[in-house]
Design a protein around this ligand. Sequence first.
Ligand code: SF4
Length: 469
Amino acid sequence: MARKMTMTEKILARHAGKADATPGENIWVDVDVLMTHDVCGPGTIGIFHQQYGKDAKVWDPSRVVIIPDHYIFTANEICHRNVQILRDFVREQGIQYYYDPEFVKNEPGMPNPYRDPTKTNYKGVCHKALPEEGHLRPGEILLGTDSHTCTAGAFGQFATGVGNTDAAFTLGTGKTWLKVPPTMKFTFHGQIPPYLTAKDLILAVIGQISVSGATYKSMYFTGEGIGSLTLEDRMTLTNMAIEAGGKNGICDVDQKTLDYVKARSNRPEWEVVTEDEGAEYCYEHEWDLGTLEPLVAKPHSPDNKDLARNCTDVKLDRAYIGSCTGGKITDMIMAASLLNGHNVKIPTFVVPGSTEVHADMQRLNIRGELKAGDEKSIQQTLEDAGCQVGPSGCAACLGGPADTFGRLNEPLNCISTTNRNFPGRMGHKEAGVYLASPLTVAASALTGHVTDPREYVSEPIATGTAGLV
Ligand code: SF4
């Protein structure tokens, strides 16, 4: 009888042309898509040319996706040069999928950001742009030169971050060498309550197993609680698998996944992979969503978990809503619904995860529906509450050059929807970053201290069709 397998084992086995892939086994696999961006792309390209020669060609120009997103809105000339290196490589190789920030002109000074998010080739954060532009499909293997490439596991695929050397090897061959990870199973029962988002779930997981608890393991998120999340919220879960050291994070494929991928995929065929009943796990834990409470991760580690209601004495200087973890349109609706009709007490920076999110913030109301003529948009609601909305991109999530929008240039206390709070991550080494859901960040922005969103939210927040097909 065939061995019962996890989704991750099945995907790796199929891409190795084998019937089985056992945890601990080293195998060669074919890669479906390789993604890189403006930070690691230039280094990857350099190694590729060094190792394969200056006239070398990538294995398949239709499977290499390049998305500049990190250091875009800055006057830093080294950052501008990085974008130019990507452009030269795209031209040289005939890369099919490249999303150029055409407003970065390699001229001194800050580039003028896009005027209209619907009229630019630029996309914003790679992990949000990948599904929007049709590069994610169940059952596939995605590699990316970014640790949060694991986000794509929300779509039922194997996705993981690699270094520049591994990426250069894949550029030349279309293959990579992997050790099959054992799988940890995290089951969530019940339905997501109105005051929680997937951020609370993943902070509960990391708080329990620690930042090294899933080192080189696959993290499988399942149960009706995961089914009750929007597809975007599942991306928040898988996005932070790497914060526990996970090799990948993965969710079951359901109708929400299929509808999205069928409408967006730029390839017609893919194969849905399911978990075998009786598959083996190296760790299992179950939660009841009815008993979970809003959480924060205190400085300086994502596993430094505490209940938001235990931290009300923490005075905050700033709030930040953005990134691949918390800058999706459903995150914006959550924050805007809570902030609607109120005024923030501390400077609050909002950064759309992608230009599509930014466009949706301008055309949708806070129920996620197309806004009527005189109705307020999500962006207007946030601005009327006193938030500053910047252009889409990674922005201050990882600090960046000193002129980056929202960067912590002083030792401030900031509550943030981002995914990492190590010293210096958002700028100043002595700043304190509290990781939380968009609801907890918005509630805290209103009071100036860490605040449990249950003080403001009791009814479910409708997100309409936002973030769907
Ligand atoms: S938004 Fe932050 S975590 Fe996400 S890719 Fe950009 S820098 Fe990395």
